[in-house]
Design a protein around this ligand. Structure first.
Ligand SMILES: Cc1cc2nc3c(=O)[nH]c(=O)nc-3n(C[C@H](O)[C@H](O)[C@H](O)COP(=O)(O)O)c2cc1C
Length: 214
């Protein structure tokens, strides 16, 4: 039983996506005390931004003609893909940055796709449960001025679900900046409610993941 956990928040103190993902992980392990959690933290240990270009062009180069950098990039892509394929369930913490995902997470996806097992047309995560834990500072709900501006979750759901074939659950916390932003003071009550709901959904999802792989 193994859960792969990918964190991408660029902060470790006060990170809502990390806290909500902790709740999912805890619920998963409560159901499966012997289960393992494999972690990768792109927030504190990002992949080099040029890794993708090197890995992508390595794919167009015959194996025996690849440079050392290309060989290393292919090996890293394989390592990242292996981490995903070895897991029974996957959770990705995905804060909203500048209306999208972090460039660290985008690089990770782009590099994974260079592995032949993730080539276009394959659905390597079919049969696997995937949770995306979103944290965003503002509010993006129906009817709000920023409705439709969260381009992170739409894209990530496409990749993990529609492209890679995983069964995706989204856990969302928003208004996370309300507590520290005076202009959002009147939204603090709502922010607290949303956070409680996110933890509840994360706990239920972790439990469900453990059940589904049992
Ligand atoms: C560089 C940066 C850019 C951000 N851009 C956005 C944004 O476009 N929209 C938004 O709602 N919040 C934005 N935020 C706020 C984060 O989404 C929010 O703090 C979230 O809780 C971060 O996740 P974390 O709590 O796991 O660290 C941004 C934060 C940072 C540091």
């Amino acid at each position: 039983m193994s859960l792969f956990r990918l964190d991408t928040s660029i902060r470790t103190e006060g990170s809502v996506s990390r806290e909500v993902t902790d709740t999912l992980e805890k619920a998963y392990l409560e159901q499966h005390p012997g289960g393992t959690v494999v972690r990768r933290d792109l927030g504190t240990q990002p992949l080099p931004a040029d890794l993708w270009g090197t890995a992508a062009f390595a794919g167009f180069t015959p194996e025996d003609q690849r440079s050392e950098a290309q060989q290393a990039a292919v090996a890293t892509a394989k390592e990242l893909a292996d981490e995903l394929l070895r897991a029974d369930a996957i959770v990705v913490g995905a804060p909203l940055y500048n209306f999208g995902i972090s460039q660290h997470l985008k690089t990770w996806v782009d590099v994974v796709i260079t592995d032949p097992r993730f080539a276009p047309g394959t659905t390597p995560l079919a049969g696997r449960s995937v949770a995306i834990v979103v944290a965003r500072g503002g509010g993006y709900g129906p009817g709000t001025p920023r409705e439709g501006w969260d381009h992170g979750i739409q894209w990530l759901s496409r990749i993990l679900g529609d492209v890679w074939g995983g069964s995706v659950t989204v856990v969302e916390a928003e208004l996370t900046l309300a507590e520290s932003t005076p202009a959002m003071a009147e939204l603090r009550g709502l922010a607290a409610e949303v956070l409680t709901q996110a933890h509840e959904r994360a706990a239920a999802t972790g439990k469900e993941f453990a059940r589904s792989v049992a």
